[in-house]
Design a protein around this ligand. Structure first.
Ligand SMILES: Cc1cc2nc3c(=O)[nH]c(=O)nc-3n(C[C@H](O)[C@H](O)[C@H](O)COP(=O)(O)OP(=O)(O)OC[C@H]3O[C@@H](n4cnc5c(N)ncnc54)[C@H](O)[C@@H]3O)c2cc1C
Length: 529
């Protein structure tokens, strides 16, 4: 039997994927020439065996000892997510709030036993799926009122448990990663087709509780749309809903778990809507003279009730960065797909709208992804790895995202870009911010911003926090949401607390108290502690 691959303790990917130093230096030199800052003098991560962790404040009791892992790798890896600020701190070995113990439950009864211990001893319990949170969702920073922190690694809940081919649904373990669940479904000729950029490591349970968005731009792309019923273990019992294609019977138990970010219970499995793999595709990329003009075309496409699988609009800077454009034009990657229906007519309708707005395209592809759309897809898949190189070469690199109604979009774009450019100037002496649309709705887009800047080594977290403050304040002031699909976690609390109704916060707190009377489940995320 081959040993399981070990995730890197600080960045994206597995330990065995680390490139030789010379190759990283070469890549760093290339990037720095391309973006105009950063250096090929790369830094090395602090080796795992040199990281000093606070001694565990609690140990698992004897009856849970067989599930416990207090190794340095387990504690370091489970003490951070995958935001830029997480990667930088883990790279430097700065794990100031390490989890005390990692527990790997194998059954729902194990989870119940862990909750019993945590509730009795005042130990915070943090569910951990793939650890790809970019908002401090898995960070054991819970305050001194807790005796310690136990992180629940859910990787054992990774199986395809049942397939209902008649209804087109499957029950899958909450700890299954994207590749694990797609591989299992493909044996049945089925697919979930939910592809967040973190697909490689994020899990079904993580998607449900963070309301993840897949990479399709319109239609059924959120896990919300794909969830038929969910099952979660809470400290007071199991929260399991009936499988139904739709129901008007009161508030939906599933909708309450969606977005609950580990504060109500651990999602151990979910029934999700699956489908045969698509057999028909048509796509191309369209160049526009400006992002704003292209945005008008995008609005008309979705308001004409067309539902392209891909409708990624990149501003000129973002297009150049990903190799999809020349830096002069905005690029719209547009594609339709279906199981068997010919979708070329739908692409023709979308292109007719683009044409009215001066859009130009060269050729339509009905098979593999070529040209700008292929370049964009490659860049999309490479991005998480690239960020590790940016950290090593002294480049600050992070993203933030929102959604806003069309009427407010132009002003939001201006005010957010201005606020971030001004913060970049103050904090980093310069840098660049670019924008693309990840998702588009008839009533508004989800703009996604990428920030690149020269980092001051050792001060990156403070630099990013200042830029993020400017971005978050500008987003809320312009009528956007603090997050469209990255979730709230601990990092978005200052803005989430302004955005959500106060009465709702009180209702949610009361619901949490009913299922988690000791308040041990992921304190500080969404509400409290
Ligand atoms: C490079 C990169 C790209 C990304 N791209 C996308 C994207 O395209 N779309 C998108 O939506 N998000 C994206 N994200 C954010 C992140 O991947 C999602 O929030 C994802 O859903 C988290 O899943 P996870 O299994 O890694 O959860 P974790 O990071 O382990 O946990 C996230 C939160 O969920 C809780 N949790 C996890 N599993 C469970 C469970 N089974 N039951 C209860 N609570 C649980 C945790 O306590 C935590 O609060 C990206 C992140 C990175 C680093």
């Amino acid at each position: 039997m081959t040993a399981p691959r070990v995730r890197k303790h600080w960045g994206w990917g597995f330990e065995d994927e680390e490139l030789p130093r010379a190759e990283i230096e070469q890549a760093a030199a290339g990037f720095s020439a391309h973006i105009g800052f950063g250096t090929s003098e790369i830094e090395d991560p602090k080796p795992l065996d040199e990281i000093e962790l606070r001694a565990p404040r609690v140990n698992a009791p004897a009856e849970l000892a067989h599930l416990a892992d207090s190794s340095t790798h387990a504690r370091v890896f489970h003490s951070h997510g995958a935001a830029y600020r997480d990667v930088v701190r883990a790279f430097r070995g700065e794990i100031t709030n390490p989890t005390d113990v990692v527990l790997r439950p194998q059954t729902e009864a194990d989870i119940a036993a862990i909750f019993k211990w945590c509730s009795a001893e005042g130990v915070a319990a943090i569910p951990f799926g793939g650890g790809t949170s970019v908002v401090g969702g898995v960070e054991p920073s819970v305050g001194s009122q807790f005796a310690g922190v136990a992180t629940l690694d859910l990787s054992a809940f990774n199986r395809l448990e049942q397939v209902d081919e008649i209804s087109g649904a499957a029950r899958i373990g909450g700890g299954a990663t994207g590749p694990q669940l797609e591989q299992a479904l493909s044996a049945h000729g089925l697919t979930l087709r939910c592809y967040p950029q973190s697909f490689q490591f994020s899990t079904l349970g993580g998607w449900v509780v963070t309301r993840a968005g897949g990479h399709f731009a319109t239609a059924e792309t959120h896990i919300d749309d794909l969830l038929e019923s969910a099952r979660a273990v809470t400290p007071v019992g199991v929260w399991g809903s009936r499988r139904l294609p739709g129901s008007g019977a009161g508030p939906s138990p599933d909708r309450m778990l969606l977005g609950s970010e580990g504060t109500l219970g651990v999602v151990t499995s979910a029934w999700v809507r699956v489908r045969p793999k698509p057999g028909s595709r048509a796509q191309t990329s369209v160049q526009f003279s400006s992002f704003r003009i292209a945005a008008e075309a995008v609005r008309e496409i979705v308001q004409a009730r067309l539902r392209p699988a891909n409708l990624r609009l990149l501003d000129p800077s973002e297009a150049a960065l990903t190799g999809a454009g020349d830096g002069q034009s905005a690029v719209l990657v547009v594609g339709f797909e279906a199981e068997s229906r010919d979708v070329s007519g739908e692409l023709d309708q979308a292109l007719a709208i683009c044409s009215v707005h001066g859009g130009k395209w060269e050729r339509v592809s009905s098979g593999g992804r070529e040209g700008a759309s292929g370049a964009w897809r490659e860049a999309f898949l490479r991005a998480p790895y690239l960020r590790d190189t940016f950290v090593r070469m002294g480049v600050l690199s992070e993203t933030f995202e929102t959604a806003v109604t069309w009427d407010k979009f132009p002003d939001l774009l201006d005010s957010v870009t201005d606020a971030v450019e001004s913060a970049l100037k103050d904090v980093c002496g310069g840098g660049r911010v670019s924008c693309r649309f990840t998702h588009v709705y008839p009533d508004g887009p989800a703009p996604y911003f990428t920030v690149l800047a020269p980092a001051d080594r050792g001060s990156e977290v403070a630099q990013w926090d200042a830029i993020k403050r400017a971005a978050g304040d500008a987003l809320i002031a312009a009528g956007g949401t603090i997050t469209h699909h990255h979730a709230v976690g601990r990092d978005h609390r200052p803005w989430y607390d302004q955005q959500r109704p106060e009465v709702f916060a009180r209702a949610f707190s009361a619901a949490k108290a009913a299922v988690d009377p000791a308040g041990i489940l992921n304190p500080g995320v969404l509400i409290g502690p």
